[in-house]
Design a protein around this ligand. Structure first.
Ligand code: TXA
Ligand code: MG
Length: 351
């Protein structure tokens, strides 16, 4: 399949592009669209065959449900059987934006979109291009992250092209995703509501709405032995090809530990994921890749750069990644959730 790559310019031509995108979606085609979190691999979420095509293009197991994206919250009424009070408050405060909410699903949603679950994940993205595209069709757009299954989610169009060129009809270039990690997933079908995947909207943010909201312990401790409540949690996501070790605890000790490990692994190709506060400390080490994720004072920046960094490690074919840890609260917790998955449990925590 030939993939068209389209870049919106905010001009007359965009109307022609938009028509083409909307026609492709209406005809059951696949369109990668930018969102504020990560790029999404979109298709008609009410069409069984299109949902199947999404799984195929991604190489994803079909029991891992998709998120439906909508342009206006009025679309919700047809898609869910109930909108609990807490969901209404979350919608008022956080939509459009990086929050996905799990509802009890209505009958019009095919099993193919939800992996057969009685619930459905829905979100209204804030990205302007995504909004225009979603407004141009009269159905929700199912869109998992636009990466091949098992690779880090794409935050730049180059990442999407790398994974999906030739596997989808259209890729829309929307520049660098501003959030950089996937949306927070909140299940409101359980009492109290539970975060199944942390993101930019943090536990602390959600507890301002309802202080009983909890977080699934499996989001951080994948070895807790609990069955993951979100099917996506059981797969090894965001996986770089190299082994990865994350060091937690006080920054000065983390730096010492990473330097020591780098010395001991001199025969290997090493990548270090550093921050503004530590970058200079590693400068004299003989490593293949030294990446600065940004400032610890600005975890939004760190989140934005994380997946690109993991992909660079793949490109440079490093053997081992040493990553600094972050505090397990606020955005730090969301970043650690992604890092720990990349490290597949090989975590060294020293406090
Ligand atoms: O930011 C995002 O959410 C991006 C952009 C494109 O919107 N999308 C995304 O989709 O990350 P995906 O498919 O890669 O991740 C969806 C997550 C998975 O972990 C999945 O298991 C979970 O949401 N999920 C979806 N429907 C669910 C449901 N009914 N119950 C529990 N978990 C669900
Ligand atoms: Mg994904």
């Amino acid at each position: 399949m030939k993939t068209d790559i389209i870049k919106f310019k905010g001009k007359e031509k965009d109307k022609v592009y938009l028509k083409k995108i909307s026609k492709t979606l209406r005809e059951g085609g696949l369109v990668v669209l930018p969102t504020e979190t990560v790029y999404g691999l979109g298709g008609n979420g009410l069409n069984k065959r299109t949902c199947k095509k999404i799984y195929e293009a991604k190489g994803r197991p079909s029991d891992n449900p998709l998120i439906l994206h909508i342009a206006e919250n009025s679309q919700l009424d047809d898609l869910v059987t109930e909108i609990p009070e807490v969901a209404k408050k979350c919608i008022d405060k956080f939509w459009p934006g990086p929050l996905t909410i799990i509802f009890k699903r209505s009958e019009i949603i095919p099993d193919e979109a939800t992996g057969g679950l009685p619930t459905v994940a829905i979100r209204e993205p804030s990205n302007k291009i995504a909004h225009e595209i979603l407004k141009s069709v009269n159905f929700p757009v199912a869109a998992p992250s636009a990466n091949l299954s098992g690779r880090p989610s794409p935050t730049k169009v180059e990442h999407v092209i790398e994974d999906l060129n030739g596997r989808v009809d259209i890729i829309v270039d929307g520049g660098h995703s501003v959030v950089g990690i996937e949306s927070t997933v909140l299940d409101v079908t359980v009492d109290p509501p539970m975060i199944l995947r942390p993101g930019k909207i943090t536990l602390e943010d959600l507890q301002e709405i309802d202080r009983n909201i909890t977080i699934d312990s499996a989001t951080i401790d994948s070895k807790s032995g609990e069955v993951p409540k979100s099917p996506g949690q059981k797969y090894r996501h965001y996986a770089p090809k190299a082994d990865a070790i994350c060091f937690g605890g006080r920054l000065d000790k983390v730096i010492t530990e990473i330097k020591k490990n780098a010395e001991e692994n001199k025969d290997k190709k090493i990548a270090i994921l550093a921050t503004d506060e530590s970058y200079d400390e590693y400068k004299n080490l003989d490593v293949k890749l030294l990446i600065n994720l940004g400032s610890r004072e600005n975890l939004e920046e760190v989140a934005q750069n994380l997946f690109d960094a993991l992909r660079k490690c793949d490109e440079e074919e490093v053997d081992i990644i040493f990553a600094e840890g972050f505090e397990l609260r606020g955005m730090g917790l969301s970043i650690m959730n992604r890092l720990l998955k990349a490290c597949s449990g090989k975590v060294v925590m020293r406090i």
